[in-house]
Design a protein around this ligand. Structure first.
Ligand code: ADP
Ligand code: MG
Length: 391
């Protein structure tokens, strides 16, 4: 359920009693339906923006500083405005905000002296992209209504994360947070940076299940995968020098030459090439309202992540395997960067209650942890929260 805007405004006033009336902005998290790790390989992805968002309340001040308080960490950070351009990452949550401020400055947008409070409904570190929600919420708050092209907004959020925070991410998360659309998934072409909206059939419900585990491998394994994909591209260039990324490689070409690609990059490439094709096929199946086919593609994508890309983990595989045995479930797969976080499930709306019960019981019995469930209704992208609703 969405936070009440007046509560966030009240929290802001409590935290920053000397600041003026704040403006309020929100930026959503996302659940990726299919196409995992394909974004930095310039392929396709198909996320939906969630109605869980990060909120940023902001008011200008005369302190010459940017002060940011995270309600979720109960911690405040401040930086002198003169220091933003040569700030160094601290390995802390505020790196995302400072990275965004630095990117705004680099684009010629002045950061005003301000107090900001952030608070998120997106679970942190669960693969639903609380990081992009924080970046984009901070960016729109710091912009304070100054115009920016939506694509530039997404790109500067991505640069903040990849160049300042140090996570070599693709464009999906920030793009989804900016371009989210109620009622539709977003099929993003990560090379051209164009998108089309893909409506989902009415008679399907998308539920994310949070495994409540996050294995520490996360960032280092992500870097490894990026490097392994580059190694695959290098090996494939021996056969066709026009190949610039795995996006340029068709499955039929890959099958012909794969024996000459070293084994690990070969596996990684097979996942990327097949998952990019699955995005295209899934979007077509969604348009044709072919739920069975959508479900099959989900499971194939999961197996590809499990065995070829090797980014799943025991708890996630258990959630997927349990889910696909439940009547009314069309398909299930891990979503997000990997090594824990959430699964995403496609199911018949009247099967939701028994799905939740069965999954919770099985997961608790096996791992002693209670999973959380999120109803993933596609929502609008980032923007101001209207004054009426904040009143
Ligand atoms: P995900 O994006 O899947 O949630 P990440 O590891 O990419 O996982 O990002 C999570 C990190 O983003 C948190 O550890 C924290 O540093 C930062 N973050 C996200 N939301 C907030 C918030 N509301 N307040 C402070 N930091 C946040
Ligand atoms: Mg993230």
């Amino acid at each position: 359920m969405a936070f009440a805007p007046d509560q966030i405004v009240a929290s802001f006033r409590h935290r920053f009693p000397r600041a003026g009336t704040p403006s309020l902005y929100r930026a959503p998290g996302r659940v990726n339906l299919i196409g995992e790790h394909t974004d930095y390989n310039l392929g396709f992805v198909l996320p939906i923006a969630l109605d869980m968002a990060c909120y940023a309340a902001v008011a200008s001040t005369d302190t010459g500083k940017l002060r940011v308080f995270s309600e979720d960490f109960d911690e405040e950070f401040e930086i002198d405005l003169n220091s933003v351009s040569d700030a160094k990452p601290a390995g802390k949550w505020w790196d995302y905000v400072v990275g965004v401020a630095r990117e705004l400055e680099r684009s010629g947008i002045a950061i005003l002296s301000s107090d900001m409070l952030v608070k998120s409904e997106v679970p942190l570190g669960s693969g639903l992209s609380s990081s992009a929600a924080l970046e984009i919420a901070s960016a729109v708050a710091l912009l304070g209504g100054q115009p920016i092209k939506p694509l530039d907004l997404a790109l500067l959020g991505q640069r903040a994360e990849s160049q300042f925070v140090g996570m070599p991410c693709g464009i999906m998360d920030q793009y989804a947070s900016v371009f989210g659309h109620a009622g539709a998934a977003i099929k993003i072409d990560c090379r051209s940076l164009d998108h089309e909206y893909v409506g989902l059939p009415d008679n399907v419900q998308v539920i994310a299940v949070n495994s409540m585990v996050k294995h520490e491998l996360g960032t280092s394994a992500y870097r490894e995968r990026v490097a392994e994909c580059q190694a695959a591209v290098k090996a494939l260039q021996e056969f066709d020098s026009s190949i610039e990324s795995l996006r340029d490689v068709s499955m039929s070409f890959f099958v012909e030459v794969q024996e000459r690609v070293p084994p690990v990059p070969r596996q990684r490439a097979r996942h990327i090439i097949s998952d990019t094709q699955r995005v295209v096929d899934f979007a077509a199946a969604a348009r044709a309202k072919d739920l069975k086919e959508m479900g099959k593609l989900f499971v194939a994508s999961h197996r590809s992540m499990q065995f070829d890309y090797e980014i799943s983990c025991e708890e996630i595989d258990f959630l997927v395997d349990t889910a696909i045995g439940i009547p009314g479930v069309y398909g299930a797969r891990m979503t997000g960067g990997g090594f824990g976080g959430c699964t995403v499930n496609l199911l018949a709306p009247d099967g939701v209650d028994s799905f939740r019960r069965t999954i919770a019981e099985a997961y608790e019995a096996r791992y002693g942890k209670t999973p959380l469930f999120y109803d993933c209704k596609p929502a609008e992208g980032a923007g101001p929260v209207s004054a009426e609703s904040a009143a």
